[in-house]
Ligand binder design. Sequence first.
Ligand SMILES: NC(=O)c1ccc[n+]([C@@H]2O[C@H](COP(=O)([O-])OP(=O)(O)OC[C@H]3O[C@@H](n4cnc5c(N)ncnc54)[C@H](OP(=O)(O)O)[C@@H]3O)[C@@H](O)[C@H]2O)c1
Length: 387
Amino acid sequence: MCWVRFSGKLCKFCVLFYKLIHGILACILDGDYPFLREFIFLMNNGYSIGIVGATGAVGEELIRLLHERQFPIRELTLLASSRSKGKTITYGDHSWLVDEARPEALDNLDIALFSTSSLITKELAPEAARRGCVVVDNSSAFRMDSEVPLVIPEINSAAAADHKGLIANPNCSTIVALMALYPLHREFGLKRFIASTYQAVSGTGAAAIDELDNQVKALVNNQPLDIEVYPHQIAFNLLPHVDVFLENGYTKEEMKMQNEGRKIMSLPDVKVSCTCVRVPVYRAHSISIQAEFEKPVNVDLAKIAIDNFSGIELCDDPENLQYPMPIDFSGKENCGVGRIRKDTALDNGLSLWACGDQLWKGAALNAIQIAELLHTRGWLGVQWPDF
Ligand SMILES: NC(=O)c1ccc[n+]([C@@H]2O[C@H](COP(=O)([O-])OP(=O)(O)OC[C@H]3O[C@@H](n4cnc5c(N)ncnc54)[C@H](OP(=O)(O)O)[C@@H]3O)[C@@H](O)[C@H]2O)c1
């Protein structure tokens, strides 16, 4: 996409012109006038963007994707804990100093992309929204709040229009599963599904990537293991345990698949049973899904529905050993779907396999796609530039 930008400082004529019409616009701009917002955006020379959690695994990808996708940025503010204050982050030709995430650091932002813990988000995101910016949050802090839209742009972009300063990014495994299931739901009507996830360690954050790395090196060198991030060794092992256990025996991560899935697809009665497993894979989550539908299913129609849906690609040619694998979907915007077959245990059932980069579509990319929606549809609050 080509963004229109003003390349340097505003010329004197522009400033005078702006001041002349500023008052007129201020009087009339209380309705939905996207073209006027676009005009103000041009005068403003792009958005002031903040990343809270910029030093983390998702934060790093947010910086990369904002630049790769040429999001129109006037100013980028990188925030993290006090431990990171003063660190320098470099991407391409640009370098930024990291500041401590405090309420005052959130002044003058148009969009704040949050990628930190739920606890910190609960404290700082309302502060950011109160200061007039729109927050897009990667944590689970506000996902099930009825006032907060939970958005996958390919599925329910319209929900973002109703934001009140805060939009939530769904859980990473839920995004990958729904990207595969939603086109099938439109074709056959989703009734219920069973999902088993194979979740990469980068889903736990930067420290978990180091833990897998260090454990693999220690094991091949016959050295003692450090076990800090996970309760057990993760190298050459599987942990059927992601997030905390709940009273019903499921984990919190497993229940997100049902709770968030219902909200995003507007299917309040859809039933989901999920088992989440952490695997010694660095990046990209994989999910095995068995889904039951209202209508009789047809594998060819299912493949066409997947193939025609934006954001996923069909990778389903078992004869030639082609199926989605995390290694092929790391650093890729699209999720992959394959192994589509009629399920032998369910009525009107399909069995399938999906992979997706949880740091991208499961987090940073989805958040930036939401920010792009806010920009292109004129769903941001109007920010008046200071002169
Ligand atoms: N990783 C994924 O694939 C993924 C996918 C979807 C959603 N998410 C969610 O995204 C969020 C971030 O995940 P992550 O994997 O990027 O975690 P991470 O690698 O552990 O990064 C956490 C970030 O939060 C910052 N932080 C910690 N304490 C803070 C404080 N007191 N004030 C301000 N910032 C603080 C850290 O800064 P310091 O470096 O200074 O400690 C770091 O920048 C989490 O809520 C996670 O559940 C992650």
